[in-house]
Design a binder for this molecule. Structure first.
Ligand SMILES: NC(=O)c1ccc[n+]([C@@H]2O[C@H](COP(=O)([O-])OP(=O)(O)OC[C@H]3O[C@@H](n4cnc5c(N)ncnc54)[C@H](O)[C@@H]3O)[C@@H](O)[C@H]2O)c1
Length: 254
């Protein structure tokens, strides 16, 4: 088998759609066996179908990353089915809807924190526990956002959870580097997925504004993020850990 992650086992959360689906497909194309984890069973089944149609191997696990039992079970099912876990893309996330800080709905705030921050921590926790038990290291990538570095209007709570994720990545990279576990974050700018399409419905002027704001003059594609994630999980990125890699067409000025 050939490919950047040939023979490895990867778990991708939020893989029923968008960036996560592209990531599952990129891992499989580069030789990995993939667990597709998501709350959306229909979308997850479709991702598995697409991976298999392209000649890859994948299973679907229903998993709400905010639920500790679900996350523990997603890692356990992956290990049971494929024998181990080498790579993870902790990608599932959601927004609280376009709203100024003082107008964010409390329930949506709580769910955003529960999924984006607590859920990502739970994924790191159980993935790292498995990698430590196995003793052969691993590579984990978390989907943060360029909004974790920049203050875009109407996304305050979402941006705060993504900034929190960045700090989890820095801490994990420091704490588990000696165990051979690399942990990195990708920070996408605007990527054309369902999530962004929903924002455009809520805020119709947003698309034009974003395209003007991105030096490359367009939205990114899920595949452009996915290819970077697989690179970060591959041996080609063997000395990269604790990094915050923007994939934003030049939007972040540093
Ligand atoms: N699209 C962008 O412009 C953009 C930019 C920066 C960061 N991101 C981040 O990228 C990630 C993927 O977003 P996307 O644009 O592909 O959106 P998307 O809405 O297309 O996909 C998100 C997926 O996550 C799943 N999901 C939501 N809550 C979940 C939960 N609790 N447990 C498990 N799965 C859950 C959804 O079912 C969906 O399949 C998110 O973390 C998002 O914050 C997106």
């Amino acid at each position: 088998m050939s490919g950047l992650v040939a023979g490895k086992v990867a778990l991708v959360t939020g893989a029923a759609s968008g960036i996560g689906r592209a990531s599952a497909m990129a891992f499989a194309r580069e030789g990995a066996m993939v667990t597709v984890a998501d709350v959306d069973a229909d979308g997850g089944a479709e991702t598995v179908r697409l991976v298999e149609a392209a000649g890859g191997e994948a299973i679907f696990v229903r998993c709400d990353i905010a639920d500790e039992d679900d996350v523990r079970s997603a890692v356990a099912v992956t290990v049971e089915r494929f024998g181990r876990l080498d790579c993870a893309h902790n990608n599932a996330g959601l927004g609280h809807g376009q709203a100024k800080l003082a107008e964010i709905d409390r329930n949506r705030w709580d769910r955003t924190v529960a999924v984006n921050l607590t859920g990502t921590w739970l994924c790191l926790k159980y993935e790292i526990q498995h990698m430590l038990e196995r003793g052969e290291g691993g590579a984990i990538v978390v989907t943060s956002s360029a909004t974790s570095l920049l203050a875009f209007p109407l996304t305050a709570g979402y941006a705060a959870t993504k900034a929190g994720i960045n700090q989890l990545v820095r801490s994990a990279a420091k704490e588990y580097g000696r165990d051979g576990i690399r942990v990195n974050a990708v920070l996408p700018g605007p990527i054309s997925t369902e999530m962004v399409a929903r924002s455009f419905v809520e805020n119709p002027s947003l698309q034009k504004h974003l395209e003007e704001d991105v030096p490359l003059g367009r939205l990114g594609t899920p595949e452009e993020v996915a290819d970077t994630v697989v690179f970060l999980c591959s041996g080609n990125a063997g000395f990269i850990s604790g990094s915050m890699l923007t994939i934003d067409g030049g939007q972040t000025p540093w």
